[in-house]
Design a binder for this molecule. Structure first.
Ligand code: ZN
Length: 260
C-alpha cells in the first residue's frame, strides 16, 4: 500500500511538472484565457485554457461522437473507448454529445440563457420570465453551470446520447441507461447528477446523460473543495451572485456522494 502511495505521489509530481511545461506553451497562445494571478491548477479546474493547445487533451474520434472537434482528457478518453467497445458487444452504442468545454464556451452557453437568446429546457425565456436575477440564476442552474464551475472544464466529464432524462426512461434509452448504471463503474465512470434526495440535496437536477471519469475527477473535486472560492468566480453576467448562492458548496460539490 505504501509503495502504491509513493508511486501515486511521484506520478502526480511528474504529471504536474509535465502540465506546467504544457501550460507555459499554451499561456503564450491563449493570453486572454489564462489568469496569471491564480495557480495553474486553478486555471485548469476553472476551464481557463484551450484544450486544443494542451497535450493532456486529445481530439475525440468522430466514431464515438455526434460531431467533430470535441476534446477529452487523454486518460479519460482511453477509459471511455474501453467502455464504448464493451457496450458495442451488447449492441449498445454510446454517443458523446458534449465533452470538454472551457470557460469561454461555458460563458457563451450561460449568457445566452441569461439574455434569453437560448430558451431554458422548459421553453421559457429566462430574461423575461425571471426578471429577478437571483431567481433567474437558480433557474438556469437547474441544468447549466456558471462559467468557471463546470465539470466539463476538466476533460473528465461527458454527456452521452441524449439531453432529456425522459429519453433514458423507455425503449432504447432505457437499455442504454441500464447498461451504464450496471457497467460504467467498471471503466471508472460515475453519474454525478443523480436524482436529488437525502444523499444529494443540493446542486443541478438529475442528468442521466452526464458521466464522469472518477479516477481523475475525484481529485479535481477534492482540489475544488479546498481551493475554489465563490469570490474567484467572476467575468460573466450574474457572477456577482456566486457568494450569495454558495456556488462551490451547493453546485460544484453538490454531487452524487459515490462520485467523490
Ligand atoms: Zn454534462
Amino acid at each position: 500500500m505504501k509503495c502504491l502511495l509513493v508511486l501515486f505521489f511521484l506520478s502526480s509530481i511528474f504529471a504536474c511538472k509535465k502540465h506546467k511545461e504544457t501550460t507555459s506553451v499554451f499561456i503564450e497562445e491563449n493570453k486572454a484565457l489564462v489568469d496569471d494571478t491564480i495557480p495553474v491548477a486553478l486555471n485548469t479546474i476553472m476551464g481557463k485554457f484551450n484544450p486544443a493547445k494542451d497535450s493532456s487533451f486529445v481530439l475525440i474520434d468522430e466514431k464515438y461522437a455526434d460531431r467533430q472537434g470535441m476534446f477529452m482528457n487523454k486518460e479519460a478518453y482511453h477509459a471511455f473507448i474501453k467502455m464504448w467497445e464493451a457496450a458495442q458487444t451488447e449492441q449498445i452504442t454510446l454517443v458523446i454529445k458534449s465533452a470538454t468545454r472551457n470557460f469561454d464556451y461555458q460563458k457563451a452557453i450561460w449568457e445566452r440563457k441569461w439574455k434569453g437568446q437560448t430558451v431554458l429546457s422548459n421553453g421559457e425565456n429566462a430574461s423575461i420570465v425571471y426578471p429577478n436575477t437571483k431567481t433567474r440564476a437558480l433557474k438556469i442552474l437547474e441544468y447549466s453551470s456558471m462559467p468557471g464551475t463546470s465539470r466539463h472544464h476538466w476533460g473528465t466529464d461527458i454527456d452521452l446520447n441524449n439531453f432529456n432524462n425522459s429519453w433514458f426512461e423507455h425503449g432504447e434509452g432505457l437499455v442504454v441507461y441500464n447498461w451504464l448504471s450496471n457497467n460504467a463503474y467498471i471503466y471508472g465512470f460515475c453519474q454525478p447528477y443523480t436524482v436529488k434526495d437525502s444523499t444529494r440535496s443540493n446542486g443541478y437536477n438529475e442528468e442521466k446523460w452526464h458521466w464522469s471519469y472518477m479516477p481523475l475527477s475525484k481529485h479535481y473535486t477534492q482540489y475544488a473543495s479546498k481551493t475554489l472560492k465563490d469570490s474567484m468566480i467572476t467575468g460573466f453576467l450574474g457572477s456577482e451572485l456566486c457568494t450569495e448562492l454558495s456556488i462551490v458548496n451547493n453546485f460544484v460539490l453538490g454531487i452524487n456522494p459515490k462520485c467523490k
